[in-house]
Ligand binder design. Sequence first.
Ligand code: F0G
Length: 435
Amino acid sequence: MTAELICFEGRCRSRYAITEPIYNCPRCGGLLEAAYSKPESSVAEWKALWRARRTSNAPLDQSGVWRYREFIPFLADYSRVVTLREGSTPILDGRLAAEYGGLDRLRFKHQGFNPTGSFKDNGMTCGVAQALRLGMTRVACVSTGNTSASMAAYASAAGLQPIIFIPYGNIAYGKLAQALEYGARTFQVEANFDQILALVRQLAERLGIYLLNSINPFRIEGQKTIMLEMMDQLDWRVPDWVVLPGGNLGNTSAFGKGLREMKELGLIDRLPRLAVIQAAGAAPFYDLMRAADRSQLHAVVHPETLATAIKIGDPVSWPKALHEVNTTCGVVEQVSEQEIADAKAVIGKAGIGCEPASAATLAGIRKLTAAGTIAKGSDVVAVLTGNVLKDPDYVHQYHTGVLKAPDNTVIKSNFGNAPVVVPNDAGVIEVMLRG
Ligand code: F0G
């Protein structure tokens, strides 16, 4: 099987060796994607092979990414792959959340169960594997938090130096803490995500540092396996909808590519529809889908949302994401700060929990069922992208009724669960508990 990089732009489609350290097409500037020749073996055998590997103790087989290596065959040699046992994340039934979302049933594919607590690990193990293959010694990214936490862990585990750039004062503490603990050189830049991405691209180019943002096509290959693993766990029965939050739109691109490729290979017989949910203060993709002319995305210059993971105004992967949403007959919705906060508390109360950006999924589902876009009886899987402990400040502020939206209005703590201060007195507490 051969692997190469191909320009995503339909009018260019230039091809490059898989070992070129490039992120955009040198000819036209378009996004790049990994492409493979048709597999020689029967893909029907893959399903049995992937199932069998679940009982293996080999590190690559235990990884929910590399278990599926036939689906992402960009490496010639697996001996230097670093796995922290990413993937293998559960699909959980959320009864309370289904009711809140206006559905008979709702399942969550919870990427917060990953080693660094987000879906970024699926992509990062691949990005770092490619960095090692190319002989890189330093890797960099700009991040709203999760990419940096993940890159820090995987790069350090691989013996590479992680260099991360984050918007000063605008990422959740859990994520910053991880980057520091995993030994990343950490720069807090007084600018927003979009501005810092331009800066990091410049620095990476000048200093020969390998860039591990989601424009890196190998990150996308890893994130594709989230959909493959989901289908394997669903015994290849395709759901009607897959719902996910949208920020820089790498994940939307990855999910769409994964689903398309599964269909092309005959692993699934139809495509689920993608529903991408953005925070209303950072929703350029939502705006694009409503525009008469979809040939150019108009950036939101000052994106605002408490769901800092998706506080992005100029998503780089929008051409790919647009293609994937169109291909799957998908939709894009936006939700308010209040809607995200309440949905998040409901996911928590269902015993599942997630970070704010992830909860945009349930808030979006509630809106889309109310509008009749998603039918009550539909088979829906929402992808929770990050762990509840990523942003403990948000959780505490919501439950104690002091969470404020970016415009300074107080978010109503509709599902609040404030802690109660009591004296060290069993009698007093007993009265309260009997009441
Ligand atoms: N959910 C979480 C928890 C995220 O961290 C991100 C992105 C998204 C959703 C959106 O995914 O960008 O592929 O559309 N976080 C990036 C970061 C930008 O730097 O950690 P996307």
